[in-house]
Design a binder for this molecule. Structure first.
Ligand code: APR
Ligand code: ZN
Ligand code: ZN
Length: 361
């Protein structure tokens, strides 16, 4: 039987979001209905509302979530009703060239759920990133669910579904940070702070946090940065070199997504170092570099896609590390809010003291 639940939709470009009754169908083959317990508010939800992702309004927002599997469709064996799961927005196929070559984060054929949730009048909803978890229940592909230890609270576990995983993965998966490395993180929002946590977890000896907001730098220190650089006080590339014996960092993680910080990341690395780009630029942005600098600097320039994560490997591992007290994912939760307060959370995103607002249902 289709169910009626409360969910938050973005009705049209730049229109305020609102709570509506949505219709969640029974799970079809390969699908699961999940009762959402918590869902973080991410910049991407705001981009959907602003029309910056695509024009397929109305959207059912929310994609950084944890909950309990309520029912599964035919052929689902990996998860069962009652399982506590974190949702991911890239259910990989396991069959394509990228999957077979061990790079599933570049899967050509992702299997998210088909868009089948509607408003009461039958209007089809586009679930944000194929999830739509600002709702009491949502319909996903079973491959979007990863079972984890229920001892960790949903407002914490859900964060691994997007930004925190992107940042930790940028350090441990894409950057391959190793023990003793020096790491610089440019931009210390939620993603950059997660990269700091990942760098520490991987055994970095020095973690340099770079930002233009002293509150972010203070928070970055709490998250494990050993040194801070305020870019407003001078060239951060010089400051990073000075902190690394003149060499530059072994791994530089860019978590802003702007030309000037891409440039800083390029020059702040040791000649043989790695640059990890996790900040997402906009289509019109350009970066001009002397080719001799591109040629003359070895190392690697990499972008990080969802932290190059493998949910089935990384979600349970990070949940276990949190449960053991070896990382503190709870430090990313600034506030918990209700479904009716998402517009307020969007407004607060730009205030500088929020890492994550998390909706608890
Ligand atoms: N130099 C250094 N830091 C900067 C600069 C700059 N020129 N400009 C902005 N920042 C800092 C901000 O002060 C803030 O602390 O970058 C941080 C960005 O953080 P958030 O806006 O909270 O964004 P976050 O959620 O962390 O995402 C960062 O990663 O995945 C991507 O799409 C995401 O592009 C975004 C980036
Ligand atoms: Zn694939
Ligand atoms: Zn997100």
């Amino acid at each position: 039987m289709p169910q009626h639940v409360r969910g938050v939709i973005a009705p049209g470009r730049n229109e305020p979001v609102r709570v509506e009754t949505i219709v969640v169908p029974d799970p079809g083959p390969g699908e699961a209905v999940v009762a959402i317990q918590a869902c973080g508010v991410c910049h991407t939800d705001l981009h959907y509302k602003q029309g910056g992702i695509n024009d397929e309004f109305p959207f059912l927002l929310g994609h950084e979530a944890a909950g309990i599997v309520e029912s599964v469709g035919a052929g689902v064996t990996d998860v069962a009703p009652g399982d506590y799961v974190i949702l991911n927005w890239r259910a990989v196929c396991g069959q394509c060239r990228a999957c077979r070559r061990g790079r599933p984060w570049y899967c050509f054929d992702t299997h998210n759920a088909k868009q089948r949730m509607t408003l009461l009048d039958g209007t089809e909803l586009s679930p944000a990133l194929g999830i739509g978890a600002f709702a009491e229940k949502t319909l996903v592909a079973a491959g979007q669910c990863t079972k984890v230890d229920p001892a960790v609270a949903p407002e914490i576990a859900g964060l691994l579904g997007c930004g925190v995983m992107a940042g930790i993965g940028a350090a441990i998966n894409t950057g391959n940070v190793s023990r003793g490395d020096t790491v610089a993180v440019i931009g210390c929002g939620g993603v950059g702070d997660a990269a700091i946590v990942g760098a520490r977890l991987a055994g970095a000896a020095k973690v340099i946090a770079v930002d233009i907001d002293e509150r972010k730098l203070a928070k970055a220190k709490e998250m494990g940065a050993t040194d801070t650089v305020d870019s407003r006080e001078g060239d951060p590339v010089e400051a990073i070199r000075a902190l690394t014996g003149g060499f530059g960092a072994d791994v530089v993680i860019e978590a802003v997504g702007r030309p000037e910080t891409y440039r800083q990341a390029f020059y702040a690395r040791d000649l043989a170092g790695t640059v990890v780009l996790v900040g997402v630029p906009t289509p019109e942005m350009r970066l001009e570099l002397p080719l001799l600098d591109v040629f003359g600097r070895g190392g690697a320039l990499k972008s990080s896609w969802y932290g190059d994560c493998l949910p089935s490997r990384d979600f349970p591992m990070l949940i276990d590390l949190h449960r053991q007290g070896r990382i503190d994912l709870g430090a990313f939760v600034t506030e918990t809010i209700s479904l009716d307060e998402i517009e307020k959370a969007f407004a607060r995103m730009h205030e500088g003291d929020v890492l994550r607002s998390v909706v608890v249902l």
